[in-house]
Design a protein around this ligand. Structure first.
Ligand code: NAD
Length: 350
């Protein structure tokens, strides 16, 4: 009887404090206030467990420990080009990220909805959080393998700084990578993970960084050439393709993330897709196929397909905050360092 009581106590200790109804929402921030950053705060608006209190864009930042107003913030950003113009919470700055970090001791975690242009940018932002002595949780929706590898290189420094960083928490990498990690459990050996995405957006200007980073995967382009393209040049390229970008064998971090989770070698993971920049309808259904051999020797394929009505923004920002929540629980238990979307199960933010 006594030992049973002991077990019950143990189980109770494992309950995540965030799952319990708390009167105080967790203060969180968003870096980058473009397509994904704005969608992120819309996703957050009806949530009770988290409150949006901080954000930065290229020209400024805004902070209010009592919460920022979504409508005013988006209107200000869209009409004046920066959250720095928000009155009274905004500040214009050419070092908006560093300035915000220095004032963000009370912010539990940030979703980094920033462009990774150049390819070293996200790692340099993580380095700023470390250098400025900030402690908390960071989540990104980064895409390239080489970019995730740079963050892996910061693992020890992040751990020492008291930061819990979960990388690759968007849709791909993110939701689909995590689905692959889960589906892999049916198999004794994983033969192939094939991610195929379809993205439909009404106009490319709503997601400039996303589209530039996708262009960087086209034959004869790389990150530097895509970053250097003017908006006019992007429009001219999209005119040639009727607004469609067809992408194959992309350098996508789903591979390194699944490898780090021990699921399969990175050479068994492929990512490709079609982006329509002139139509919010998806050109094809986003899916991940996981092929493997069961312990009985059968070869089979699991397929996880996202609903066509779900947008890129929904499939990136939902998981991002889910991972932010689980990372906050890990941080509260003193678990710091670098983790990936295939190593942690996202929690649901209510
Ligand atoms: P965007 O171009 O719409 O917005 C970028 C924002 O970042 C802007 O607010 C800009 O002002 C800000 N910014 C740029 N440089 C800055 C700086 N130095 N300091 C502070 N702020 C800065 O970008 P987006 O289309 O929303 O994409 C954001 C990122 O999300 C991209 O890296 C993209 O690849 C990634 N993404 C990931 C997935 C996924 O499934 N993993 C899906 C879509 C997009």
């Amino acid at each position: 009887m006594d030992s049973l009581k002991g077990e019950e106590k143990h189980v109770t200790n494992l309950v995540n404090p965030l799952q319990q109804e708390s009167t105080l929402p967790i203060p969180v921030g968003v870096l980058g206030f473009g397509g994904l950053g704005q969608a992120a705060v819309k996703v957050l608006a009806p949530k009770r467990q988290m409150q949006w209190v901080a954000a930065a864009d290229q020209k400024g930042f805004a902070l209010n420990p009592e919460g920022l107003d979504l409508q005013t913030a988006i209107a200000t950003y869209q009409t004046q080009g920066s959250l720095g113009y928000l009155d009274p919470e905004g500040t214009l700055s050419t070092h908006s990220i560093a300035d915000l970090i220095q004032r963000s001791q009370g912010v539990a975690g940030f979703f980094l909805a920033l462009p990774n242009l150049p390819n070293t940018f996200m790692a340099s932002v993580a380095q700023q959080f470390i250098d400025l002595g900030w402690q908390g949780v960071l989540i990104d929706a980064i895409k390239r393998t080489s970019a995730v590898e740079q963050l892996v290189g910061l693992r020890a420094e992040l751990a020492e700084a008291g930061i819990t960083y979960v990388t690759g928490c968007g849709a791909t990498p993110g939701l689909l990578t995590a689905a692959a990690a889960l589906a892999a459990q049916s198999y004794a050996e994983i033969h192939q993970v094939k991610i195929t995405f379809g993205v439909g957006i009404a106009n490319w200007e709503a997601y400039r960084a996303t589209i530039r980073e996708d262009i960087a995967h086209l034959p004869n382009y790389d990150v530097a050439t895509a970053k250097a393209m003017t908006d006019k040049e992007v429009v001219a390229l999209l005119d040639q393709t009727q607004g469609i970008l067809s992408l194959e064998d992309m350098e996508h971090a789903d591979d390194v993330i699944l490898e780090m989770a021990g699921i399969c070698g990175r050479d068994r993971v492929t990512v490709g897709g079609v982006v329509d920049t002139r139509n919010p309808q998806k050109p094809l259904s986003t899916n991940v196929q996981i092929t493997g051999r069961t312990f009985e020797g059968k070869i089979s394929t699991h397929t996880f397909t996202l609903g066509d009505e779900t947008s890129m923004a929904a499939n990136v920002c939902g998981p991002a905050f889910g991972y932010l929540k689980s990372a906050i629980a890990l941080h509260q238990q003193g678990i710091y360092g670098l983790l990936t979307s295939a190593q942690v199960m996202p929690h649901f933010v209510s």
